[in-house]
Design a protein around this ligand. Sequence first.
Ligand SMILES: [Zn+2]
Length: 114
Amino acid sequence: MHQRLELLITLHDLDLMIAEIEEAGEQEAELGFAAPDMVELWANREEVSAEIDQPTLRHYEKLRERYGRPVVPVTRGICHGCFTALPTGRAAAHAGNESLINCENCGRFLYWLT
Ligand SMILES: [Zn+2]
């Protein structure tokens, strides 16, 4: 898989984990529990995002603000962010996940599930 895509998916996973813990943490805070592993997750996030080029990272952050999940899979030529069918030629050409592709409709980063 393309390295930048792999980094984006890793970043995306970290962001989802952080969001989940933050959400759970708000409830647990009332019960007196500390949020677990947040420091480590943030450190990981820093590390991963440092390896992604600035324009891609900016686009990612913009999408994250808008949608929450900026990286989505494609199956049967359908974007799982907006459920729009992608042009078949485009999908076929990039089915190897060789480069970063954005959905023409919603703009999310796409990866092809094999
Ligand atoms: Zn889309």
